[in-house]
Write a protein that binds this ligand. Structure first.
Ligand code: K7E
Ligand code: CUA
Length: 651
């Protein structure tokens, strides 16, 4: 491979000529007499630094070519980042309340969403978001929806990219946690959620000594109703799996359409218990040289479910394991040691698996897998009767890429990029022939990679982001809890070039997807006055200008309020202690970015009301006193005056 310390043979002037941007030696006119080479010298910048800066800098008002949707890790949110500038544009509130967006601070719409997101009788106000998935049409991102999993509390969220807001959270009571989600099928027919740690399925409680009998894995195919923009829970189904631990999944496309692939580990079914003198989980679950890639015919499974060949488990439709075996829905093929990612190639012909404890990537041929299934070419079955294909007869080849390979993405020139955790590198390799092409150091301990459109049928091949778990010495010391480091890599040339470091200080992101920005068509303002984003239609309680009023029925008080720069109408809300108050607020603004907030002091209420939006907040006026409410978003010169009083008279 090439030397890591590149020698700069070009002079600054030569670079300037190549770039055709500025004359670096003297820039009079270009930057008010600035001398770029003098600035670079003073800041200690190298030639490569200047090139990287020019490749990533966005002048004011210039938009990024791509948007990256990254998981927010245990923040439970989604981060939206412009590429290549790596500017953070938004943190979309998903699983965790977020006051700026007024998400979970009083609005009835969000109360309903969080109500549906409860698990085991608990309000859940965080998530461990891992894998965002953009909706696809014909195997390509279509820019309409985004899905993301909560690993900690097995849930899936739906975000509508018309307004970048979370619309739905569905729970999976039959999983302990999830990890193999979210991944979409090529037309977003289904959103895939694979479990991670197995738990008892048909009984609510079984001790670990009943592990092999009562614990089960699961994969759920969530049916997505694109017209409604919602997962259809009743039309969704799950398939029971043996009690291995399951990891990442991917959906086949092109020739492998209709199939899903799911990694597993702990096929040893180790049950840990280091305190009892047993090997700890980490050792027990890593004994075998091979685990099983699960090959799942989801298209046929959907037919089996539609035919009623399911049982109910905790109110959900489930295809029992024996049915899955009998119907030919589930096959295994060995995969090397503690696999992490399984990534279908853009043409859908091959699957790339990385074993964390194996220095190779293994490339499986979908055609060979199909041939073996059709020929009934099985070496044996697992203890539960699942047929196992012969490893050597279905692989296309293996390639040594480095120690601790994890995740793979693709470009548009037949190359794959695999993250190498232990060596803190990205390995670029060609699929045909199987050969390492280039390696680059990243800082440090890389997890996922995200290449632009890198898991679609037509990757763009321009940029790759290495999502590094450790940042160590890359940023200023902010105490013992460090941000992660997203490193932007230019992959458009023969050699990869590291061009930007972006600290992520909100949680531990895992995966991201990067979409061409012009595929997104978000609203600039809501399409009509009185629009309810939770239904994406006109609110039944929308308030138009001139309709403002307060209605009382016994102890119920309904306030019909409008907001426009720079006042609320009405400005007094007079109620009695103990009254049930419902405020219906509509922003009658039609100007882009004229957002108003609505916060009530000491009642833990805050809304964000964007132009045209209608929201409802209900609460019991249980504390008597005088409580100012005010607009929490700076909206005009008279923003401080945009206020009113909630007057709660004692009973
Ligand atoms: Cu590797 Cu959850 Cu995909 Cu973390 S996961 S990196
Ligand atoms: Cu409206 Cu500030």
């Amino acid at each position: 491979m090439r030397s890591k310390r590149m020698t700069w043979v070009l002079t600054l002037t030569a670079t300037a000529a190549v770039l055709g941007v500025v004359t670096l030696q003297s820039c009079s006119g270009a930057g008010r007499g600035a001398d770029v080479s003098a600035i670079a010298r003073a800041r200690g910048l190298t030639e490569a630094d200047i090139v990287a800066a020019v490749k990533t800098f966005q002048p004011t008002g210039k938009m990024d070519e791509y948007l990256m949707f990254g998981s927010g890790g245990h923040s439970g949110q989604v981060v939206v980042i412009g590429v290549p500038s790596m500017r953070l544009l938004k943190v979309i509130a998903v699983f965790t309340p977020e006051p700026w967006q007024g998400f979970g601070y009083g609005s009835d719409e969000h109360k309903a969403l969080f109500e549906n997101a409860r698990m085991a009788g608990h309000d859940i106000t965080w998530g461990d978001s891992h894998h965002p998935a953009l909706s696809e049409t014909d195997g390509d991102y279509d820019g309409q929806f985004l899905f993301i999993n909560d690993k900690a509390n097995p849930r899936i969220a739906v975000i509508d990219l018309r307004d970048f807001e979370t619309k739905q959270i569905v729970t999976n009571p039959n999983m302990g946690t999830n990890h193999g989600g979210t991944f979409v099928t090529p037309n977003t027919e289904y959103v895939i959620e694979g479990a991670q740690y197995s738990v008892p399925l048909w009984t609510d409680y079984a001790d670990v000594d009943r592990y092999e009998e009562d614990y089960r894995g699961l994969i759920t195919m969530w049916k997505f109703d694109r017209d409604r923009g919602r997962i259809d829970e009743a039309a969704s189904f799950s398939i029971v799996l043996p009690p291995y631990w399951h990891d990442l999944a991917d959906a086949g496309k092109g020739p492998s359409f209709g199939w899903a692939f799911l990694n597993s580990f702990n096929t040893e079914m180790a049950t840990g218990g280091v305190e009892d003198g047993n090997p700890p989980f980490e050792a027990g679950a890593s004994r075998n040289d091979m685990d099983y890639m699960h090959i799942i015919n989801w298209q046929k499974a959907a037919e089996v479910a539609a035919a009623g060949n399911t049982r109910m488990a905790r109110g959900r439709r489930v295809i029992p394991l024996q049915t899955a075996i009998d119907e030919g829905l589930l096959f295994f093929v060995p995969e090397p040691k503690s696999p992490h990612g399984v990534d279908v190639t853009p043409d859908g012909r091959f699957l790339v698996v990385s074993g964390k404890l194996d220095p190779h990537v293994t490339v499986y041929s979908f055609a060979k897998i199909q041939q073996a299934i059709q020929n009934g070419d099985f070496t044996s079955t697992d203890p539960y009767g699942v047929p196992i294909l012969d490893f050597n007869s279905v692989i296309e080849g293996q390639l040594e890429v480095g120690l601790g390979p994890l995740h793979t993405q693709y470009d548009n020139r037949g190359n794959a990029y695999t993250s190498i955790f232990l060596e803190s590198q990205v390995t670029k390799w060609s699929l045909d022939p199987l050969a390492v092409v280039d390696k680059i150091d990243v800082h440090y301990n890389v997890g996922h990679l995200a290449a632009v459109e890198g898991d679609t049928k037509s990757p763009d091949g321009k940029y790759l982001v290495a999502m590094n778990k450790w940042s160590l010495d890359r940023f200023n010391n902010v105490g013992p809890l460090l941000p992660q480091n997203f490193q932007l890599i230019d992959i458009s040339g023969d050699e990869m070039e590291l061009i930007y470091d972006m600290p992520i200080g909100v949680g531990e992101p895992h995966y991201a997807q990067i979409i061409k920005a012009d595929k997104l068509q978000p609203f600039e303002i809501y399409p009509e006055i009185g629009f309810d984003p939770s239904t994406m239609s006109t609110a039944s309680d929308a308030v138009q200008a001139g309709e403002e009023r307060i209605e009382r029925r016994g102890r119920n008080v309904d306030v019909y309020m409008t907001a426009i720069r720079s006042h609320f109408n009405p400005e007094y809300i007079r109620v009695r202690e103990g009254d049930n108050v419902t405020i219906h607020i509509t922003s009658i603004e039609q100007v882009r970015d004229a957002t108003h907030g609505f916060g009530i002091a000491k009642y833990n209420i805050n809304l964000s009301i964007e132009p045209g939006e209608s929201q409802t907040v209900s609460f019991v006026a249980d504390a008597p006193g005088v409580f100012p409410f005010y607009c929490t978003e700076f909206c005009s010169a008279l923003h401080l005056e945009m206020m009113g009083y909630l007057l709660v008279s004692p009973r």
